[in-house]
Design a protein around this ligand. Structure first.
Ligand code: ADP
Ligand code: NI
Length: 213
């Protein structure tokens, strides 16, 4: 592992030490590990993928609204570590293309961004994805479930970020759409498996809610 990757891991450990919204240090670390595996299979530039995956949530719109447009925390960290400007530009472009924005979500323009986007989305699926969704919902004062609030699957960027939905609805509004939005065949296969697990969780949840189980 190169020094800059080690330093980046230490940096994000600090940045996310007080996060309880499902975006803790271990989320970024898992995205880094998954993105690295995908990048090797896809013959992508592994170093760029590693930097971008480790840093993808540092200037995120939800976590650091004041810096999300300028990416000033990522840029300043990389500048301090003497990373070339053209690498910084590539990393920032990847970060810009990764996030889920409802019907305004973009297909990334590079194979490196596709690897990071797939890895980030896989971490929103499966058992860990379920745990993260409820952690996020709790930390944003969202109900676990309320049958009177209906899920909406056709939301654009603004609607997606402002609609006050429930965490169970989030499965229909985002998590069950992810399988169809994976870029790489490696991620598609893992997504199939994780989606089945989430579906069986929701079936059980609804059966218990309805008093059947
Ligand atoms: P993105 O950049 O695509 O939003 P993140 O890596 O920031 O992805 O993580 C999103 C995480 O937060 C996912 O695990 C997701 O389930 C959770 N999350 C986001 N919005 C909600 C929501 N409205 N309700 C529950 N969980 C949410
Ligand atoms: Ni993320």
């Amino acid at each position: 592992m190169t020094t800059i990757i080690k330093d980046t891991i230490e940096y994000i450990k600090q940045i996310f030490k007080d996060d309880f919204s499902g975006h803790d240090f271990f989320h970024s670390l898992r995205v880094y590990q998954m993105a690295t595996n995908i990048a090797k299979k896809e013959n992508a530039d592994v170093f760029i993928v590693q930097l971008a995956s480790l840093l993808h949530d540092v200037d995120d719109r939800k976590l650091s609204p004041a810096t999300y447009k300028s990416k000033e925390r990522v840029i300043s960290f990389l500048n301090t570590h003497n990373v070339d400007k053209h690498i910084i530009d590539r990393v920032c472009k990847i970060i810009d293309e990764v996030s889920f924005n409802g019907t305004d979500t973009v297909i990334p323009s590079s194979i490196e961004a596709k690897c990071v986007q797939d890895a980030d989305r896989l971490d929103a699926m499966g058992a860990i994805g379920i745990a993260r969704a409820f952690a996020y919902g709790g930390s944003h004062n969202r109900a676990i479930y309320n049958p009177e609030i209906k899920p909406r699957t056709d939301m654009n960027k603004n609607e997606y970020h402002t609609y006050n939905s429930t965490t169970i609805n989030h499965f229909y509004e985002k998590l069950f759409l992810l399988k169809y939005m994976m870029n790489t065949s490696t991620a598609k296969e893992i997504a199939e498996y994780r989606e089945k697990y989430m579906k069986s969780f929701l079936d059980e949840f609804m059966a218990e809610w309805d008093g059947k189980n």
